[in-house]
Design a protein around this ligand. Structure first.
Ligand code: AMP
Ligand code: GLY
Length: 427
């Protein structure tokens, strides 16, 4: 089988490396890919959001499968276009991807089908949003742009001034463009956060190993929200009992709700959950694998990913046993200094071998470029995801951080406390 993976970050590198383990995968392609992915798949200079370009590439390469990994092409309908042209695709339809593409849609869905989530109101103009925030007068409060915003569309406002500024910047200054023509104001929830990715074909939901993201830029969960600065799996707060409750109250009801709306979801559905004192609640849905959750979840997968893709597309997940390795996995993101705001690129990375790897760890490249003479340069905000597995989380973290010490580039920034909260939960 020839497989084309759409995307070019650490998540896509993890997907490519997992597919490379499949004895049935004979050729791997990635578009656009990156410097590290280029060592494991043939990379093609087609943007992930270029629907027609991707279709042309899939035709030219005569691939059997396309794995659409990022949110924007899914929300734009890339899966539909490829399927209409006879390709097998892993990734939900446009109709189903709206579960991530519109927070207004997903909040209404949860309300209609009784799926636990934060209380909320939707607004289409700044004045009524501000009036509501002032009337509620409860802080922190949460302001969310409706559409995709590179993981930055959520503002936790600690005061009235901050909330008002958030509404104005989204609706009047349009900092997220049209994604901000509607917004959601919602109740602030507390509790440990858990990411659960699940394979679903619309009839069966198979949750993967749980994980914990570290969204803030700085240690002790300080600083700005980012796409994610590190992950561990499994998430120790997510007990068997909570998993069963989530299956009953959240996972199955969400699958049925999407069927009920004629938007059957086939692919990887990401549940961002908060384990509140009143039970697990949905913070957000994503229509795809998480980044950097994938970097700690896929290394734990024993089953052939291609088999799962086939079962998902053929609605036969029920018949496929999916199994996981014992132990734990940890990923530390090395970012460019300044990320998630302004940062520089083009810095030479040292400490990687010819394959872009480092002894004792698996290095997933998120934003790197390969020069003609074989050096790796930084090319994004998140640069590398340094990942290690072990029987125990402590050892996985030690191995990942030991590799991190070997890798250097100018103005590198990483968190030193990835996994700390997970280790504390285990005590
Ligand atoms: P999202 O982009 O929806 O994942 O939100 C980014 C982060 O904001 C989440 O991972 C949470 O840490 C936080 N967040 C979002 N919604 C809420 C909420 N209702 N209460 C508390 N924190 C939230
Ligand atoms: N790590 C969070 C996300 O992928 O949205």
């Amino acid at each position: 089988m020839k497989v084309l993976v759409v995307g070019g970050g650490g998540r896509e590198h993890a997907i490519v490396m997992k597919l490379a383990e499949s004895p049935r995968v004979t050729e791997l392609h990635c578009a656009p890919g990156n410097g590290g992915i280029a060592k494991y798949a043939v990379c093609h200079a087609v943007k992930a959001t270029d629907l027609e370009g991707m279709l042309a590439l899939a035709k030219e390469l005569a691939v059997d499968w396309v794995f659409v990994a990022p949110d924007d092409p899914l929300v734009m309908g890339m899966s539909d276009l490829l399927r209409e042209n006879g390709f097998k695709v892993f990734g939900p339809s446009k109709a189903a991807a709206i579960i991530e593409g519109s927070k207004v849609f997903s909040k209404h869905l949860m309300k209609k089908y009784g799926i636990p989530t934060a209380k909320y109101e939707v607004f289409e103009d700044a004045a009524s949003a501000i009036a509501y925030i002032q009337e509620q007068n409860t802080y922190p409060t949460v302001v969310k742009a409706d559409g995709l915003a590179l993981g930055k569309g959520v503002i936790i406002a600690q005061t009235e001034d901050e909330a008002v500024a958030a509404v104005r910047s989204i609706m009047e200054d349009k900092i997220f463009g049209e994604s901000g023509s509607k917004l959601v104001v919602e109740e602030f929830l507390t509790g440990p956060e858990v990411s659960v990715l699940a394979f679903t074909d619309g009839e069966t939901v198979v949750p993967m190993i749980s994980s914990m993201d570290h969204k803030r830029a700085l240690d002790h969960d300080r600083g700005k929200n980012t796409g994610g600065m590190g992950t561990v799996a499994p998430n120790p707060y997510y007990t068997k009992e909570i998993a069963d409750q989530c299956m009953r109250e959240i996972f199955l009801p969400t699958m049925h709700a999407m069927n009920g709306e004629n938007r059957t979801f086939r692919g990887c559905l990401y549940f961002g959950l908060m384990l509140t004192p009143n039970g697990p609640k949905v913070i957000e849905y994503n229509c795809r694998f998480g980044d950097p959750e994938t970097q700690v979840v896929l290394p734990m997968l024993k089953t052939d990913l291609l088999d799962i893709m086939e079962a998902t597309e053929a609605c036969k997940l029920e018949d496929l046993p999916i199994s996981w390795k014992e132990g734990a996995c940890a990923c530390v993101i090395l970012a460019s200094g300044g990320y998630p705001e302004k940062y520089e690129t083009g810095k030479e990375i040292t400490g990687l071998d010819e394959k872009g790897q480092c002894a004792g760890a698996r290095v997933y490249h998120a934003g790197t470029k390969l020069t003609e003479d074989g050096r790796f340069l930084t090319a994004g905000g998140r640069v590398l995801g340094v990942t290690a597995s072990a029987d125990h989380l402590r050892d996985a973290l030690d191995a990942a951080y030991a590799a991190v010490e070997q890798i250097k580039f100018d103005q590198v920034h990483y968190r030193r406390d990835i996994g700390k909260r997970a280790l504390e939960a285990k005590k």
